[in-house]
Design a protein around this ligand. Structure first.
Ligand code: AMP
Length: 205
């Protein structure tokens, strides 16, 4: 009796992964959806930036990688995320933004979820032409002044994305859980597509 109920609960847990290159606007979409669904928005980039600001030990270890636009080592990143996913506010589900960032992280996530009898509900993949990304980051750089939004670092971040994160797209597509979104439009227009896809997923669950 209990086992049946537990399984049903797990099925209704919404675990979403947001994928896409820097500047595509996935963080904005993830934040909107998180607010709508009242689910935690877990952005590894935001968590790392907070550590940088507070000058924690993790922040000190992550700084040079972030400033140059490289990935923070998996050992640091995976344990940080696993810890976060075990917190009580994640019980109904969560939105992962910026994690996983390579196949190793993807496999670590899959393994950890499998051990809990859970799985990713869907991976939402956002894409837009390179020039659109570069223009958006330039706009964001003026507004937010992120240290890793300089032209040289952006170039590296895009290369790192292609080499490391890109392979996650066909990986999730093969698993049948990838949903593609054209991120060229306005925020609300893109969000309408996201919301419709997630509502469809929820009604299937
Ligand atoms: P973001 O805000 O997602 O663009 O992330 C900013 C920076 O944080 C990245 O360029 C990486 O240095 C670091 N970072 C964020 N998420 C990860 C991750 N999953 N793995 C490794 N490094 C990450």
């Amino acid at each position: 009796m209990f086992a049946v109920r537990k399984q049903k609960e797990d099925m209704s847990k919404l675990i979403l992964v947001f994928l896409g290159p820097p500047g595509v606007g996935k963080g904005t979409q993830a934040a909107k959806l998180a607010e709508d669904l009242k689910l935690p928005h877990i952005s590894t980039g935001a968590i790392f930036r907070d550590h940088l600001k507070r000058e924690t030990e993790l922040g000190k270890q992550a700084r040079s990688y972030m400033d140059s636009g490289n990935l923070v080592p998996d050992e640091l990143t995976v344990s940080l995320v696993m810890d976060r996913l075990g917190q009580p506010d994640c019980e109904r589900g969560y939105i992962l933004d910026g994690f996983p960032r390579n196949l190793k992280q993807g496999e670590a996530l899959e393994k950890a979820l499998g051990q809990r009898g859970e799985s990713i509900t869907a991976a939402l993949n956002f894409d837009a032409p390179r020039q659109v990304l570069i223009d958006r980051i330039a706009g964001r750089a003026e507004k937010e002044g992120r240290k890793d939004d300089t032209p040289e670092t952006v170039k590296n971040r895009l290369e790192v994305y292609d080499a490391e994160t890109g392979p996650l797209t066909p990986w999730y597509r093969e698993k049948g859980i990838l949903h593609d979104f054209d991120a060229q439009g306005g925020i609300d227009e893109i969000y309408a597509g996201v919301k419709a896809a997630v509502e469809a997923l929820k009604s299937q669950g």
